[in-house]
Every structure is written in structure tokens, then in C-alpha cells.
Design a protein around this ligand. Structure first.
Ligand code: FE2
Ligand code: FE2
Length: 211
């Protein structure tokens, strides 16, 4: 196995951050579940859906950062492969949200570098705290993301099949990521940590919808 120096890791982290933040830099491994379905949205519906998809895209930027931060500090001897698989699926989500934003003539949130930095730090700290906390952090994040996705699915215009299919597939994946982390030994996080995570995610959803 190759030995990575501190500088290698730093360069690798910077590379991962750029891939997550620069539009078009992440390619999906699976085809976009939106497929051929198409019904043009009214102007006001398109604006609302773009806001929702921008929030979901920011959520996926956070997921990238969380998994990158975790990979840097957590040991995860028994579940590294599963966690890497989850990180690959998060790349699909990021690319699909980006595709949908483009279709709606919109752009990702300008605040994404801030969300990436915060999530990377939290993922890395959770990894330092120990694998059971790191996995608990993944499980709690995925639980909160799934709750958002269900809320957004309910807010979509009924005829927006493309967004619906993307969010449904994402939700299925997130619940699977949550279960994987729990089965691997993730613990329930202390209440103050959960509250902080909820507060940051609220701030993110409220702002990324607009900016
Ligand atoms: Fe995701
Ligand atoms: Fe996930």
C-alpha cells in the first residue's frame, strides 16, 4: 500500500474540494434517473424547483465534504469499502442535481465553499473523535438529508417528473447510507451536536434557496 505524506494528503484534499465545488467537475457513475420524462415547467414553478434543487445540490456538496473529512481522519478498518461506495453515490447525487439546475437555467449556490469547509471540518472532527462517532455523524446527516428530500418531494409541482425521479433515487440511497453507518456501529450523537447540525442545515437550506 502506498504511503501518503502530509503534503500528499493536503494536495489530495484540495483536489477533492475543487472537484466538489467546480460545476461540471464531478461525473455521475450511474445514469440520471430523470431519464426521458419531460414536461416544461411554468416560470414560477421553475424558479421554485431551482431553489429546491440548489438546496439539494448544496446538501450534496456537504455530503462530499463530510465523506472527505471522514476519510482523512477516521480509521474505519471494517467498513472503509462501504463508506467509499457511499461517497461514490454522493458524486452521482451531486452531478444529477447539477444537471437539473442547468436544465432549469439556474446555477449552484455561491455559498457552497462555506458549506464545504464547515462540513469537512465536522467530518474530520467526528473521525478524530472515533469511528463510532464518525459513523454516527454519517447516520445523523443522512437521516436529516432524507427528511429534507421528503419535504422537497412534497413541494414539487406534481408534473415535475424529472426532479421527482432524481430526489426519489437520492432518498433511497441516503437511507441505505444511514443504515450502513448504523449497522457498522454508528452511535446516537450527543444532543448538543444534533442541535448544532440541525441549526447549520437550517441556515444552509434557508440561504442556498436564494443564493
Ligand atoms: Fe446524497
Ligand atoms: Fe448519502
Amino acid at each position: 500500500m502506498r504511503h501518503y505524506t502530509g503534503i500528499d494528503r493536503l494536495i489530495n484534499s484540495f483536489d477533492q474540494a475543487l472537484r466538489s465545488l467546480v460545476p461540471g467537475a464531478t461525473a455521475a457513475h450511474r445514469s440520471n434517473p430523470a431519464e426521458q420524462t419531460d414536461a416544461p415547467l411554468t416560470v414560477s414553478d421553475a424558479r421554485h424547483v431551482a431553489g429546491l434543487m440548489r438546496v439539494n445540490h448544496s446538501g450534496e456538496v456537504c455530503a462530499q465534504a463530510l465523506y472527505h473529512g471522514q476519510a482523512l481522519t477516521a480509521k474505519l478498518p471494517n467498513v472503509r469499502r462501504e463508506m467509499e461506495q457511499a461517497a461514490i453515490e454522493e458524486q452521482d447525487h451531486l452531478a444529477w442535481c447539477e444537471d437539473r439546475l442547468k436544465e432549469l437555467d439556474s446555477i449552484p449556490s455561491l455559498l457552497n465553499p462555506i458549506w464545504y469547509g464547515l462540513s469537512f471540518g465536522m467530518g474530520a472532527i467526528a473521525g478524530i473523535a472515533g469511528d463510532k462517532y464518525s459513523l454516527g455523524f454519517v447516520a445523523e446527516t443522512e437521516r436529516q438529508v432524507s427528511a429534507h428530500l421528503i419535504d422537497h418531494l412534497n413541494q414539487l409541482p406534481v408534473y415535475d417528473e424529472r426532479s421527482k425521479r432524481i430526489l426519489e433515487q437520492m432518498n433511497e440511497d441516503e437511507l441505505h447510507h444511514r443504515d450502513t453507518a448504523l449497522h457498522a456501529g454508528g452511535v446516537d450523537l450527543p444532543f448538543p451536536v444534533k442541535i448544532t447540525m440541525t441549526a447549520i442545515s437550517k441556515l444552509m437550506t434557508k440561504t442556498s434557496y436564494y443564493v
